[in-house]
Ligand binder design. Structure first.
Ligand SMILES: Nc1ncnc2c1ncn2[C@@H]1O[C@H](COP(=O)(O)OP(=O)(O)OP(=O)(O)O)[C@@H](O)[C@H]1O
Ligand SMILES: [Mg+2]
Length: 262
């Protein structure tokens, strides 16, 4: 039987047979502002509740910003840190304290994560790296090798890992080539404007050993609550019918042929 870790996102776990398989390395990708960080915050806080050794690595925002964001959704990161259930590693501010990184070096990070695990104690652990692509910004060709290295080392240390990778908007692919192949699962967030309103969605593109849901689901971010799954996207008319231009061409050529027939 596959042991699974709950994500803490209401309505999400049932899309993946109850949770993320233990020891997995999951890539979370998507455009800016579509919910990746908030998803990672839920995942880590659920770890605190489920008695996992929980670690959050932040490269995009400061430790304080993550703590504040979590508190807006009633997740008390400060208390969890005080109780030695959670460590937030800050790789942005370059501070001198024990849980800060001076620069974005992946080997140093992995060492720091293992150090944090030792501090938190023996047992099952989970970590969110937000974002992992920050570590190969100047060398995207290394993405595959780097993610393989992180996956290999952290799984030995009993970690289940969520690795956020930013989206290259130009190519619509995760930034840096290869993380999506290395990953045991891919969770992709998306956004669109519908009737002048920002809508956000999530799709499970891959989850090894799991009969996962295959539909795009609309999500929302609610004050005091965080990320929720609203439901599967209805099959839209555009998915089923041909684009207008194509349809017009078919009609035109049919008319032409009919005109030629005496
Ligand atoms: N307290 C809140 N109440 C409601 N919505 C909020 C709240 N805090 C943040 N949000 C929403 O969440 C969005 C940010 O989501 P998140 O930080 O998870 O994005 P992201 O995918 O990590 O983006 P990036 O790639 O830029 O880091 C905000 O733009 C806002 O729409
Ligand atoms: Mg973010």
């Amino acid at each position: 039987m596959v042991r699974r870790l709950r994500t803490g996102v209401e309505g999400f776990d049932k899309l993946i047979e109850g949770g993320v398989p233990e020891g997995f390395f999951i890539a979370v990708t998507g455009e800016p502002g579509c919910g990746k960080t908030i998803f990672a915050i839920h995942f880590i806080y659920q770890g605190v509740l489920d008695d996992d050794k929980s670690i959050y690595v932040t490269t995009e925002e400061s430790r304080e910003s993550i703590i504040k964001q979590a508190s807006q959704f009633n997740m008390d990161f400060e208390k969890a840190i005080a109780e030695n259930k959670l460590i937030v590693i800050d790789a942005l501010m370059g501070r001198e304290d024990k849980w800060s990184l001076q620069n974005l070096d992946l080997e140093v990070l992995v060492g720091k994560i293992i150090e944090a695990k030792k501090e938190l104690g023996y047992g099952r652990a989970r970590v969110a790296i937000d974002s992992i692509s920050a570590f190969w910004l100047d060398k995207p060709a290394m993405a595959r090798r780097y993610s393989y290295y992180v996956k290999k080392v952290l799984s030995k240390w009993n970690f289940t890992t969520i690795a956020i990778s930013q989206y290259a908007i130009t190519t619509s692919e995760a930034f840096g080539w290869g993380i999506e192949h290395i990953a045991d699962g891919i969770i992709r967030f998306r956004r669109s404007i519908k009737s002048g309103e920002l809508r956000r969605y999530v799709l499970i593109e891959k989850m090894r050993q799991t009969n996962h849901n295959k539909y795009l689901h609309e999500i929302d971010i609610i004050p005091g609550k965080g990320l929720i799954i609203l439901g599967p996207l209805e099959r839209r008319k555009e998915d089923l019918s041909l684009p207008k231009e194509v349809f017009k061409k078919i009609i035109e050529s049919r008319k032409k042929i009919e005109g030629e027939i005496p």
